[in-house]
Design a protein around this ligand. Structure first.
Ligand code: ADP
Ligand code: AMP
Length: 214
C-alpha cells in the first residue's frame, strides 16, 4: 500500500503516518526527518537543506526529489510506504508519479489531514521533537513520561528551530502557495481522502483506518 499524507505543517501528518506504519507494517518516510538527520550529521546535504529550513522555505526540488527516490528504491519499500512531507510541490508529485509508473505501480491514497491555520501555531509551539529517533510529542496533548526526555530513546527533546511562531507563519504561507494545490492534483486522480485533523489523534487514526481498511 502506498500512501501520501497531505496537510499543513503541524496538521498531524507525522503523528498519523507513524501509526499507519505500525499498523500496516510499511515504512514511514519523512523527508523532514531525513533532512534533520543530515543536519545532525553535518553532511553537505544537511548543511544546504538547513539554509532553507531555518527560513521556513522549501528545500529545492532537485535535492528533495533525489533523496526521496533513493529512499523509496530500498528493499523495505517493496510492499509500500507512507510518505510524510513529500510531495510538497506539483513538480515533486510529477516526479513521484513517474517513478511509481515506471514500476507499473500506483499510489493508493493521498490523505489530507485538515486543520485550520488558527490551530496550527498553537500546536507547533507545543511540539517537542527527538532529533535522535524522530519521535514527536506535544507538551499538552502528548507529553513524554519525563519532561524533556524522549520515552523511546532517552535523548533530550527540543523545540525545532522552524517551529518558532515567526517561522511557522512563513511555513504556512509557503504551504498555501506551493503545497495546497496538491489537494486538487490528487482529487483529479481520484485518490484524495479527507480527514478532520482537529479531532483527538486516536479518532483521526480511526477515521484513517476506515479509509484504508483494517
Ligand atoms: P506534521 O507532521 O503534520 O508537521 P505532527 O504530527 O508533528 O505534524 O503534529 C504537530 C504537533 O501536534 C505535535 O506536537 C503533535 O504531537 C500534535 N498533534 C498531532 N495530532 C494531534 C491531534 N489530533 N490533536 C492535538 N495535537 C496533535
Ligand atoms: P517537516 O518535518 O515535514 O515539517 O519538514 C521540515 C522542513 O524540511 C520544511 O519546512 C522544508 O524546509 C523541508 N522539507 C521537508 N520535506 C520537503 C519537501 N518535500 N520539499 C521541500 N522541502 C521539504
Amino acid at each position: 500500500m502506498k500512501i501520501i499524507m497531505l496537510g499543513a505543517p503541524g496538521a498531524g501528518k507525522g503523528t498519523q503516518a507513524k501509526m499507519i506504519a505500525d499498523q500496516y507494517g510499511i515504512p514511514h518516510i519523512s523527508t523532514g526527518d531525513i533532512f534533520r538527520a543530515n543536519i545532525k550529521e553535518q553532511t553537505e546535504l544537511g548543511m544546504e537543506a538547513k539554509t532553507y529550513m531555518d527560513k521556513g522555505a522549501l528545500v529545492p526540488d532537485e535535492l528533495t526529489v533525489k533523496i526521496l527516490l533513493d529512499r523509496v528504491a530500498k528493499d523495505d519499500c517493496k510492499s509500500g510506504y507512507v510518505l510524510d512531507g513529500f510531495p510538497r510541490t506539483i513538480p515533486q508529485a510529477e516526479v513521484l508519479d513517474k517513478a511509481v509508473k515506471e514500476l507499473n505501480e500506483t499510489i493508493d491514497y493521498a490523505i489530507n489531514v485538515e486543520v485550520p491555520d488558527e490551530n496550527i501555531i498553537k500546536r507547533m509551539s507545543g511540539r517537542r521533537a527527538c532529533l535522535a529517533c524522530g519521535a514527536t510529542y506535544h507538551v499538552e496533548h502528548v507529553p513524554p513520561k519525563k519532561e524533556g526526555i524522549c520515552d523511546r530513546c532517552g535523548k533530550e527533546l527540543v523545540l525545532r528551530d522552524d517551529d518558532k511562531p515567526e517561522t511557522v507563519k512563513k511555513r504556512l504561507e509557503v504551504y498555501h502557495a506551493q503545497t495546497q494545490p496538491l489537494i486538487e492534483y490528487y482529487n483529479k486522480k481520484n485518490i484524495l481522502k479527507e480527514v478532520d485533523g482537529t479531532k483527538d489523534m486516536k479518532d483521526v487514526f480511526a477515521d484513517i483506518v476506515k479509509i484504508l481498511g483494517a
